[in-house]
Design a binder for this molecule. Structure first.
Ligand code: GLN
Length: 383
């Protein structure tokens, strides 16, 4: 049987490629972004309890009402946002699904979407499969800031959406209040939608404040804001996230969602609704992860790699410029096979494979894992 591929240019995601290679070569896996430490036991107990109580059937397609109410309360508290739990929040099977659903809700054939590169690797295929066109803009090296003038230049009557992501994967760059102001000026009096990927909202360092779109009601009117419980509670394998939007946009989002997955894991939603009452569990996260970033950074000073500072997320990128002639993909493979450390080549986040000789490390790991990785990397002297 012949198939006309909707994604002819897409291969296997780099996360699968590098994680498989790590297993094959018994390498320390600092590639794919997931914690290797245990999640909170109280949350596990809450899931067990929910299951034993019989909460194992479908919940509402929009998500368990008490979970949505807890989320609305949380965002009132932390961002002073007035979110209607009934109309503006939908629980999804993960943040990536929320992003895909938002794009599918909005995009029509021929629409243009502004995407900043390096970009998380699902964005572009998600745009293309909907018949739309990604319009690519490179973030400015080395602090990966948004060149707002270029954004203005690339906007035209076909521009349907701008995608932002802060804290940023893979670079750890964080948007400032000034960036939000630029965005606001650009979209004012247009029909441009915003997709804001905020899955790392609590993983923010150096006393920076997360500029959630939820803080800006005028922007939320035109935005889909995507979140992940997996990133917040160290359970990426649970694949539970959510999307927050205006009630009008959310109404349309739900039409797509209800016939795709219908509803999300019930017992975990009961557990999360209870666990969300513990605000310390998410408010302490930035500090915990900053500690890991700092520890990793200090260890990495023993190696010849040059740090490209991260201010948020699970990740920090390092440059190997001047240390090897290999392109970054081959270099990442080389490190995995011969030095026992798996990373992600940053070119995987560029459509045209732009190679700045940088690799991404995930530091959301036990200290012993980070130590073991760096112990291996110290042996690398450049080649
Ligand atoms: N978000 C994770 C990362 O950037 C990976 C998720 C995935 O493997 N699809 O590493």
């Amino acid at each position: 049987m012949q198939i006309k591929s909707k994604l002819p240019d897409v291969g296997t995601t780099i996360f699968t490629v590098m994680s498989s290679l790590a297993v094959q070569h018994n390498a320390v896996n600092l590639g794919q972004g997931f914690p290797d430490f245990l999640m909170n036991n109280e949350l596990i107990e809450l899931v067990n309890k929910a299951m034993q109580k019989g909460n194992n059937q479908y919940v509402h397609t929009n998500g368990l009402p008490i979970l949505r109410e807890q989320l609305a309360e949380k965002y009132k508290k932390i961002y002073d946002a007035n979110i209607d739990a009934d109309k503006q929040i939908t629980i999804t099977p993960g943040g990536t699904y929320a992003i895909y659903t938002a794009l599918t809700t909005i995009l029509n054939e021929g629409d243009e979407v502004i995407v900043f590169e390096p970009a998380y690797d699902s964005y572009i295929p998600n745009i293309v499969i909907n018949g739309a066109k990604p319009v690519l803009i490179s973030l400015q090296y080395p602090n990966y800031s948004i060149p707002w003038q270029e954004v203005k230049n690339k906007i035209n009557s076909k521009t349907k959406m701008i995608m932002i992501n802060s804290p940023h994967n893979p670079t750890g760059a964080v948007l400032s209040e000034q960036d939000i102001q630029e965005l606001r000026n650009i979209v004012a009096n247009t029909n441009i939608f915003i997709l804001s990927d905020e899955v790392y909202e609590h993983l923010i360092f150096d006393d920076l404040q997360h500029q959630s779109i939820l803080r800006y009601p005028d922007l939320l009117e035109r935005s889909f804001v995507c979140f992940s419980f997996g990133k917040t509670y160290h359970c990426t394998g649970w694949k539970i996230g959510y999307c927050i939007s205006s009630s009008t946009l959310m109404n349309e989002f739900r039409k797509v969602h209800q016939f795709n997955c219908f509803s999300v894991d019930s017992s975990k939603q009961f557990a999360l609704a209870e666990y969300l009452k513990n605000e310390d569990a998410y408010l302490s996260l930035g500090k915990l992860m900053q500690h890991k970033r700092d520890y990793f950074r200090i260890l990495m000073q023993q190696t010849p790699f040059k740090c490209i500072p991260s201010h948020g997320s699970y990740f920090e990128c390092y440059s190997y410029d001047g240390l090897s002639n290999l392109n970054d993909k081959d270099f990442a493979i080389h490190l995995t096979k011969n030095y026992g450390v798996a990373t992600i080549p940053v070119s995987a986040f560029y459509k045209n494979g732009e190679d700045n000789k940088a690799i991404r490390f995930c530091f959301a790991k036990n200290e012993t894992t980070l130590e073991k990785a760096v112990e291996n990397l110290v042996k690398f002297k450049g080649e």
